[in-house]
Design a binder for this molecule. Structure first.
Ligand SMILES: Nc1nc2c(ncn2[C@@H]2O[C@H](COP(=O)(O)OP(=O)(O)OP(=O)(O)O)[C@@H](O)[C@H]2O)c(=O)[nH]1
Ligand SMILES: [Mg+2]
Length: 391
């Protein structure tokens, strides 16, 4: 029990007659008017937060920061681009628009290959080599599966340990949410920001599944396919389509006991390429040997890319491809927007189940069903709603 004169602060369950040693010592509470951390007195109208709420960086600050080569502000600008919040869209586009004159100077390289082919390890070794040569490098990923697995980001961070510490390299994992189209838009815009930031080379890794390789092909200048040894077996798994869009085929892991096999595989790919239409007009695709472990073949690969850049810039193919890419980007965004507007329209949504049922039961033909749904779709209202979302 406290000495007389002191306020009794014991819990109610302490027996009245208990001696002072009862239970543990009971601390008096802190006067509510006193800040518990700094012990500063409460001042009306003044926040008692230890850390003031972070002020949001303005688009102007982001623009200036990216141009000046500020890594933190580049990350923030990318986060803004990746945001799905409609209110951020306008801001993000303002930033992009202002940075557009500073973009386009980097060599954009896509890297694809089946899981385990060694894409990340090669990017780590290749990226390190480029940084040591004095280039500024960005590594991006287009991986629409990462929102499902959630694992590849973590994996790449650990596989690119050296590169992630390199001050001349900026690594950004794939935006984790969205459809392939959504992920690709964000990666494309991120690529532009990285160029404005001053990167000379952009490496875009893609998982070797589905449509993602074709999407990456549509955003890069040079597309490299990494393959494993044992082409005979592996060729079954490789789609011919992907070989048709490759400017170089790299037989990775050409080291140790695997070297001899890699040489055989290289020969097999060389023979196969003979029958495939070149991916880029005026450029002959070849198969090369490389090892991300021993780094052999990587300087030669860089020479191949430089030669590609020279040849295609001289012929005008480089510029024409970039123009075609940006136009098809606009078209695919229009498709995506219209698709979303249509599917989110309440009238369409309301009609859809009955129409679909009628189609399934053979009462209405598919063409008639489409006509009916398009008639129900009020494009003006949908467009208005869409624009409001961006205000
Ligand atoms: N011997 C040898 N092994 C390698 C080489 N490059 C990569 N590897 C190994 O191959 C495995 C897969 O490499 P990753 O770089 O993760 O392959 P990835 O293509 O990025 O794989 P995903 O991201 O899962 O699609 C790892 O165990 C690497 O250590 C190489 O040049 N030689
Ligand atoms: Mg990887």
């Amino acid at each position: 029990m406290p000495e007389t004169g002191e306020k009794d602060i014991s819990p109610s369950w302490v027996p009245k007659e208990a001696n002072p040693e009862f239970a543990c010592s009971v601390m008096g509470g802190i006067d509510s008017a006193v800040n518990a951390v700094s012990e500063a007195k409460y001042v009306p109208g003044v926040s008692s937060r230890k850390f003031p709420k972070k002020k949001k960086t303005s688009p102007e600050q982001l623009i200036e920061g990216v141009i000046k080569g500020d890594r933190m502000l580049l990350s923030q600008a990318i986060t803004l681009i990746e945001s799905n919040a409609p209110k951020d869209f306008d801001k993000a586009q303002r930033v992009l628009q202002a940075l557009l004159p500073y973009t386009g100077k980097a060599l954009r390289i896509g890297i694809s290959g089946v899981p385990g082919a060694g894409k990340s390890t090669t990017i780590e070794a290749f990226g390190m080599m480029l940084c040591q040569m004095g280039y500024k490098v960005a590594v991006l990923a287009v991986d629409p599966t990462s929102s499902i697995t959630g694992g590849s980001i973590l994996g790449d961070k650990t596989r690119m340990q050296m590169l992630s510490r390199e001050p001349n390299c900026f690594i950004r994992p794939s935006p984790a949410k969205g459809t392939l189209g959504g992920v690709a838009r964000k990666s494309r815009e991120t690529m532009l920001l990285c160029e404005a930031y001053g990167c000379d080379v952009i490496l875009v890794e893609t998982v070797g599944v589905g449509q993602s390789e074709i999407t990456v092909r549509s955003m890069v200048d040079f597309f490299m396919l990494i393959v494993l040894t044992g082409a005979g077996d592996e060729l079954q798994g490789i789609k011919k389509g992907i070989m048709e869009v490759a400017d170089a085929i790299v037989v990775n892991k050409a080291d140790g006991d695997n070297y001899a096999k890699a040489v055989v595989t290289q020969g097999e790919y060389e023979r196969m390429i003979e029958f495939i239409r070149p991916a880029t007009e005026g450029w002959k695709t070849h198969a090369y040997l490389a090892s991300a472990y021993t780094k052999k073949g990587l300087p030669e690969l860089w020479e191949v890319m430089r030669a590609f850049e020279r040849v295609t810039k001289e012929s005008g193919v480089f510029k024409r491809r970039r123009q075609a890419q940006v136009l098809s980007w606009v078209h695919s965004m229009i498709d995506e927007h219209l698709h979303n507007l249509f599917n989110e329209d309440p009238m369409v949504k309301g009609r859809m189940p009955a129409v679909m049922e009628a189609v399934v039961n053979g009462v209405v033909s598919p063409s008639q069903a489409v006509t009916e749904l398009i008639r129900a779709f009020d494009i003006n209202r949908a467009a208005e709603k869409h624009l409001q979302g961006y205000k």
